[in-house]
Write a protein that binds this ligand. Structure first.
Ligand SMILES: Nc1nc2c(ncn2[C@@H]2O[C@H](COP(=O)(O)OP(=O)(O)OP(=O)(O)O)[C@@H](O)[C@H]2O)c(=O)[nH]1
Ligand SMILES: [Mg+2]
Length: 114
């Protein structure tokens, strides 16, 4: 079963507390945090830090088609103890979602394009 929660700002402590309480009750097997591949490393670091006690164990990077580079994916995975689950590369469903493979991340970082 997939539960899609509403997006929550890492700067909104009340909503983060609500989400934490919700996840404690739902006790999901996996918690996938959706991050935009267009965000700066600084923003992503802050999101990962503030979401770290919510049991996040997977990340999805979206909007790679709008990103300028892909280094944030690699850096974020190195810094946080999370696994990459999916990548998205556009607005077409389901064509633009793919499993987040290490080889694909390596290609993206080295080539600098999709
Ligand atoms: N270009 C592009 N647009 C994307 C991608 N992924 C999502 N979007 C667009 O981003 C917008 C927001 O997507 P949603 O799926 O509503 O995002 P969400 O995280 O569920 O948002 P909330 O539930 O409001 O927190 C939509 O217009 C999507 O089409 C992507 O990989 N590339
Ligand atoms: Mg949504």
């Amino acid at each position: 079963m997939l539960i899609d929660t509403a997006g929550r700002s890492q700067n909104d402590p009340l909503r983060m507390t609500e989400l934490r309480a919700y996840l404690e009750q739902a006790r999901p097997h996996e918690v996938h945090l959706v991050l935009s591949g267009t965000s700066s490393q600084q923003v992503i670091d802050q999101i990962l830090e503030r979401y770290s006690d919510l049991g996040v164990n997977r990340v999805i990077f979206t909007k790679l088609d709008e990103a300028v580079g892909f280094g944030v994916i690699l850096t974020s995975l190195q810094k946080a103890a999370v696994q990459l689950s999916y990548l998205t590369t556009g607005q077409d469903v389901p064509e633009d979602i793919e499993v987040g493979r290490a080889s694909r991340v390596a290609e993206l970082v080295l080539d600098g394009r999709l």
